[in-house]
Design a protein around this ligand. Structure first.
Ligand code: OOG
Ligand code: MG
Length: 262
C-alpha cells in the first residue's frame, strides 16, 4: 500500500464521476506509477462505499480475467475481482443505452447465486457447489472508464474491473443437475456467431473462479456473503457493441440471454 486515504478517496471520486459523466479519464498508473494491487483494491473499495453512500445496494461480486480468451485479449495472467450493484442488474432481453457508456463490450458468463457464505482460504469447487442456490446464464457489459491505451491491471482493478451492468437469464438451474465444465455457449452478434466456449474455459470450471474469489477475499480478511450473485468471468473474449446491436448468448442447459443496444 503506497497511497494515503485522502488520495484513495479522490481517485475513487474521479472514477465514479467518469462513469456518471460518461467521460473517460487518464489511467491512475499514469499519475501514480508505483501503486500496487492493494492500492488498487483500496480505490475499488472506496468506489463501492461511495456508490452505497449515494444509494446503491450491493448485489454481489464479479470475477474477471478468468479465461485464456480474456487473458490473451488483455495480455495478462492474473484474475481480478470487482463488485456488482442491484442498479446494474438487467433482465433477459433488456435494452441498454449506448449513450450512457464509453466503449461498451459484452461477454457471456455463468453466474452463481449463493445460499450460504463462502470463506477461504482453501475454498474449492465442491465448497462452491454446496453453497450455490442456483446457476444462471448472464451477459456482462463492461466499459472501461479510461482513455484508450495500454491495458493495465492495477488501473482496471481500481475501476471495478470495468463493470458497467449485467443481464441475467431467466432459467435458474441447480448446479448439481449440470456439468458446468462441458456446458457450452455460442455467442451471437446480430444473428451471426462470433465466439464459442464452454464452462471449462473459466479456470477449468466456473466454480473454480468463485472459489478463487473466496480465497482472494480471505487474504484481505473478507468473505463472500450468503445471498451474493456472482459473475464467474467472461468465457469468450468480449465483443464490442454500438447502438443497434443485439447480442445473444445461447447456453446449453441454461437457455439464451440477450441484450440490445440503443
Ligand atoms: C476487464 C474485465 C474482465 C472478465 O469477465 O474477464 C472481466 C476488462 O475486460 O476490461 O469482466
Ligand atoms: Mg466479465
Amino acid at each position: 500500500m503506497t497511497l494515503d486515504a485522502a488520495t484513495v478517496a479522490r481517485l475513487a471520486e474521479r472514477l465514479d464521476r467518469a462513469e456518471r459523466d460518461v467521460r473517460p479519464v487518464a489511467r491512475i498508473t499514469d499519475e501514480y506509477t508505483g501503486i500496487d494491487a492493494e492500492d488498487a483494491y483500496a480505490i475499488q473499495r472506496a468506489l463501492r462505499d461511495r456508490k452505497v453512500a449515494h444509494g446503491a445496494s450491493i448485489a454481489g461480486l464479479k470475477m474477471g480475467l478468468t479465461s485464456h480468451a480474456k487473458m490473451k485479449q488483455l495480455g495478462v495472467d492474473t484474475s481480478i475481482y470487482g463488485f456488482l450493484t442491484e442498479e446494474g442488474r438487467r433482465s433477459d432481453g433488456a435494452a441498454v443505452r449506448t449513450k450512457g457508456l464509453i466503449r461498451p463490450r459484452v461477454e457471456p458468463e455463468i453466474a452463481f447465486s449463493l445460499k450460504a457464505r463462502l470463506a477461504g482460504p482453501g475454498c474449492d469447487v465442491n465448497a462452491v457447489l454446496a453453497a450455490t442456490d442456483y446457476v444462471v446464464s448472464a451477459l456482462e457489459i463492461i466499459d472501461s472508464r479510461y482513455e484508450e491505451g495500454r491495458f493495465d491491471l492495477r488501473s482496471v482493478i481500481a475501476d471495478n474491473a470495468s463493470c458497467a451492468c449485467f443481464v441475467v437469464g431467466a432459467r435458474r438451474r441447480h448446479a448439481a443437475d449440470l456439468d458446468l465444465m462441458t456446458l457450452g455457449v455460442v455467442l451471437e452478434k446480430n444473428g451471426l456467431m462470433v465466439a464459442t466456449g464452454s464452462g471449462a474455459d473459466v479456470l477449468g470450471h466456473p466454480a473454480a473462479a468463485v472459489a478463487m474469489l473466496a480465497n482472494m477475499l480471505a487474504a484481505r480478511g473478507e468473505h463472500v456473503p450468503a445471498g451474493s450473485f456472482i459473475l464467474s468471468g467472461g468465457i469468450t473474449e468480449a465483443v464490442p457493441v454500438t447502438a443497434g446491436d443485439r447480442i445473444e448468448a445461447r447456453f446449453e442447459e441454461l437457455g439464451s440471454v440477450a441484450v440490445t443496444f440503443d
